[in-house]
Design a protein around this ligand. Structure first.
Ligand SMILES: Nc1nc2c(c(=O)[nH]1)N[C@H]1C(S)=C(S)[C@@H](COP(=O)(O)OP(=O)(O)OC[C@H]3O[C@@H](n4cnc5c(N)ncnc54)[C@H](O)[C@@H]3O)O[C@H]1N2
Ligand code: MOO
Length: 660
């Protein structure tokens, strides 16, 4: 009988297993990774299929399409009027009209003409009618007068016309035999219109490559299901499946699998059998979850080609080919996963889908802040673009590759060389744009975020203005406003000298517009006997008296932190060093009992079902950059602050709009 390990040994063993970093085979450069992968890939499309034009939207043409006929198929009148010979109109004017005999025919659309237009005659014709034999021009009906007084029906011509006037000649739109659309064209509504004009009802398109998408991790829950404690939603599965579609592939979403060798192995083998390609995410680096690449190495030849790339984000990327089919394990971090997908995987899917490579657009930008970077890894920093007075400015996202929004809300990325330990502040560099909507926002709001700010931004959106809000804190916003890097900076900082809010931040070129008051206070879990029935000051005293009572603080520089320090009068209770950057993080820590008390604003306390003891009203105002005041979106912002409906919504969130 094997002896069970003592609890201490079991613990050490579990930590060893959890902490073991799977050794990367060999960390290579991005270029080398692409070369190795490319050498074993067949990038030709996996066949074609013939489909109805009505189903062709979003498909890729498998071959050039030559126009099978002329469009228009005949010489066609572009106006309602009379078909005639231009030479019969020479000298005609209002003062000297000429008379032409009417042929006994009216040419309507869809009817072939029967009578030739001989000299000094004209035939009535509709827009779109076939120009009859003998005619070489059409005169608009407005420049004629029908004469019904004579025995022979005639028309008076009051303008001279040039040969060819108002005739769209056969093939002038599309000429028979010309290359209408090229192989590799993505069929949109415009292309479909051209094909229909040529009478094409079925079309050969590239068969979409089938791409199986699997997520791995015990913590993952599918959107729509209940989120248990310590769980997160599987966002990689959804974003990768959608990005596969954008790249021209057909995703097969398999959902998430726990770190179980048998379950995951079976799922991967089945998925790969049905697909042209397999994409996994997560579990590429850590010991407990390094199953995926162990399984990948058993799927087929030649197996793993790259595991570890000198990139940030993307170091743990694993690229493999199993019996001709690409298999990729993307890092678990959401931004790392989708960034490496676009760099290494999307080009492969595009090629299999018959699409040409994408040529990303770049822009020269200034980066105002210093961006630290890890030596030895080429780093890509995702940025938000803002229009400055001297050109475009790129602000690196502070959130890192573990966040979803770092990629999803970025306008592009800048590159920092592997040999640099930072990009200096105010460097001019190139940004590669991502996403289709690389349009500068109408208004840039940088500073402290607040839930009611979303109400004002929502009112701007209703008026058709786009806003970019960048949460950099009150101080960061004030600095950005001074430098003219934003239009509006929301701030809530108390002047320690005067006790007044925000007025001390006003400088030349800036004005202060009052926003609203929000109530800051002491948060705790409802029913906590240490705090129930007390005032905020009594609750703080109770917390300080109890050594087991754990606080959650706020980051230095935040308005809330200034208030906390005032109230603590130099005390440093347990938890003081835990300093998250938002009201939400404070409330979540208390709600989940990782802390017992902290300071935040009332609406956030309510949102998390926490009890709230008011401490002080705080003024949330806006620094406006004077030189940008007349921009329509800034004016709309200021109007929205006065709007009754907007103010009502702000009140409903528990704030008091200024001048209420
Ligand atoms: N001690 C070290 N820790 C880490 C290192 C390191 O070098 N030393 N590398 C970091 C880097 S860089 C990355 S990138 C991540 C990659 O980790 P894995 O690829 O092994 O991914 P996981 O550990 O499974 O997950 C990381 C993170 O991402 C979340 N995740 C995973 N799958 C999904 C999904 N489908 N949807 C949403 N989020 C997902 C997961 O819960 C984790 O939070 O490792 C660093 N650590
Ligand atoms: O390489 Mo990780 O992918 O930095 O975030």
């Amino acid at each position: 009988m094997t002896q069970l390990p003592k609890p201490e040994e079991a613990l050490i063993d579990a930590v060893r297993r959890a902490a073991r970093q799977e050794q990367f085979l060999e960390v290579v450069s991005a270029d080398e990774a692409k070369r190795r992968f490319g050498r074993h890939l067949d990038l030709s499309p996996r066949g074609t299929q013939s489909i109805a034009l009505s189903n062709a939207l979003g498909r890729v043409l498998a071959a050039d399409v030559l126009a099978p006929l002329d469009v228009p198929p005949f010489d066609r009148s572009g106006v309602d009027g009379f078909a005639l010979r231009a030479s019969d109109t020479t000298g005609a004017s209002d003062a000297t009209p000429l008379r032409l005999r009417l042929n006994r025919e009216v040419i309507a659309c869809g009817h072939a003409p029967l009578i030739e237009v001989s000299p000094v005659t004209a035939t009535a014709i509709a827009t779109g009618g076939v120009v009859p034999r003998g005619a070489d021009a059409v005169i608009m009906i407005e420049h004629t007068e029908l004469l019904d007084d004579s025995e022979t029906p005639s028309v008076e011509i009051r303008r001279s016309v040039a040969p060819g006037q108002f005739i769209a000649y056969a093939g002038s739109d599309i000429a028979r035999g010309e290359t209408l659309l090229r192989k590799g064209t993505l069929l949109g509504s415009r292309e479909i219109g051209m094909l229909a004009a040529c009478g094409i009802a079925t079309i050969d398109v590239v068969r979409k490559p089938k791409v199986a998408v699997l997520s791995t991790g015990d913590e993952l829950v599918q959107p729509g299901e209940d989120l248990g404690p310590a769980r997160i939603y599987d966002s990689n599965g959804a974003i990768i499946a959608a990005a596969v579609t954008e790249a021209g592939g057909e995703p097969e979403a398999y959902g998430a699998f726990p770190d179980d060798e048998t379950l995951l192995g079976d799922a991967m083998r089945k998925a790969l059998a049905d697909a042209d390609m397999l994409i996994l995410s997560g579990g590429t680096s850590k010991g407990a979850g390094d199953l995926s690449h162990r399984i990948v190495s058993t799927l087929g030849q030649p197996g793993i080609l790259v595991h570890g790339v000198a990139l940030k984000p993307g170091k743990p990327l694993c690229l493999a080919v199993a019996d001709g089919k690409p298999v990729v394990v993307l890092p678990g971090f959401p931004t790392s996963a989708i960034f490496t997908f676009h760099a290494f995987v999307a080009p492969v899917i595009r090629a299999l889908a018959g699409l040409p490579p994408e040529n990303p657009k770049t822009l020269t930008v200034r980066v105002p802040t210093r961006v630290p970077s890890e030596l030895g890894r080429k780093e890509f920093a995702l940025v938000a673009l803002v229009e400055g007075s001297d050109g475009m400015i790129a602000f690196p996202s502070p959130k890192g590759s573990g966040s979803v929004t770092t990629f999803s809300q970025a306008d592009g990325f800048i590159e920092i060389d592997a040999l640099a330990s930072a990009l200096d502040a105010n460097t001019t560099t190139e940004v590669t744009l991502i996403g289709a909507a690389a349009r500068a926002p109408d208004v840039v709001i940088m500073g402290s975020h607040d839930v009611a700010l979303d109400v004002v931004v929502g009112a701007l959106a209703e008026r058709g203005f786009t806003a970019r809000t960048i949460a950099v804190g009150s101080l960061g916003g004030a600095v950005a406003a001074q430098r003219g890097e934003c239009d509006i900076a929301p701030v809530h900082l108390v002047d320690p000298q005067s006790g007044a809010y925000n007025t001390h931040l006003v400088q030349d070129g800036l004005s202060l517009v009052k926003g609203w008051q929000r109530s800051q206070g002491f948060l705790y879990r409802a029913g906590d006997p240490r705090f129930e029935g007390k005032s905020a000051d009594q609750a703080i005293a109770a917390a300080l008296a109890d050594h087991y009572c754990l606080m959650v603080n706020r980051n230095a520089g935040s308005g809330t932190r200034i208030l906390i320090d005032q109230k603590l009068k130099g005390a440093r209770p347990p938890g003081y060093a835990n300093q998250p950057k938002s009201h939400n993080a404070v409330a979540a820590a208390i709600a989940q009992a990782r802390a017992d008390w902290g300071f935040a604003i009332e609406p956030v306390a309510r949102m998390y079902g926490l009890s709230f003891l008011p401490v002080a009203p705080e003024e949330y105002d806006f620094l406006i950059v004077d030189s940008r005041k007349d921009r329509p979106a800034v004016r709309a912002f200021l109007q929205a602050l006065q709007d009754d409906k907007v103010r009502q919504r702000i009140r409903a969130l528990g704030m008091r709009p200024a001048n209420d």
